[in-house]
Design a binder for this molecule. Structure first.
Ligand code: ADP
Ligand code: NI
Length: 205
């Protein structure tokens, strides 16, 4: 099999395995991460095959769906060895998938270029129009309100709080200029959305 055929095959497998997974971490998230990862890789370089495989496999064994156990690296090894991918590529992909999925804030200095690309692509998916929708969906799933008019003391966490607590911090955590540029544009859109939202709620600014 050529590398392109392997990537296509892995994409089909991931699609099957993630079917029915909840919004936010469904196969569309994975396909968007693949798309962004390709764009970033085209600009910063690195091994495209490794980037594509890691992007596709990064959420396959998300701990949220496996009793708290992160199994993406294990699944990546299984799938890639069955497709006769070479050992070094398999281990590199497994290492990337492990670092990204654990969200263990690995020291950027220890990450390979390919890991940095996939990590940036994953973070970009929390921003922009998609990021807004994912925040709303996440809140809906855990019964968290998106906005409370009478929340001056910030007693109850809202979806709106999540923008400052996490989303607007992502830009500075990115590894590549290519991703920072995309993030800047997406962040701008989110600020416009929040301004409009608050305006419609009658908040003066
Ligand atoms: P990851 O994609 O890194 O695994 P999560 O599973 O924590 O991240 O989040 C999935 C999506 O839900 C992201 O878009 C994230 O911004 C959003 N999200 C995470 N935590 C919250 C929260 N407390 N309130 C609203 N949205 C959240
Ligand atoms: Ni992800």
């Amino acid at each position: 099999m050529t590398e392109t055929e392997i990537v296509d095959r892995v994409q089909c497998l991931v699609r099957e395995r993630m079917a029915g997974q909840q919004a936010g971490h469904d196969v569309d998230h994975v396909l968007r991460v693949l798309k962004s990862a390709r764009e970033i890789q085209a600009e910063v370089g690195g091994n495209r095959f490794v980037v594509e495989l890691a992007a596709l496999l990064h959420d396959l064994g998300d701990a949220k769906f496996h009793d708290g156990h992160e199994r993406s690296a294990e699944f990546a090894r299984d799938i890639l060895s069955q497709l006769n991918v070479d050992y070094d590529t398999i281990e590199h992909v497994a290492r990337i998938v492990d670092t990204i999925s654990f969200r263990k804030a690995a020291d950027p200095a220890t990450l390979s270029l390919e890991a940095k690309v996939v990590q940036d692509a994953d973070r970009l998916d929390a921003l922009g129009a998609i990021g807004i929708v994912r925040t709303i969906e996440y809140g809906a799933a855990i019964g968290q309100p998106f906005y409370l008019s009478d929340n001056a003391a910030g007693k109850r966490k809202t979806g709106i709080d999540h923008f400052d607590e996490k989303l607007f911090k992502l830009h500075d955590l990115l590894n590549t200029d290519a991703a920072r540029r995309i993030a800047g544009q997406r962040e701008q859109f989110m600020r416009t959305f929040l301004d409009q939202f608050r305006h419609e709620c009658g908040e003066t600014k």
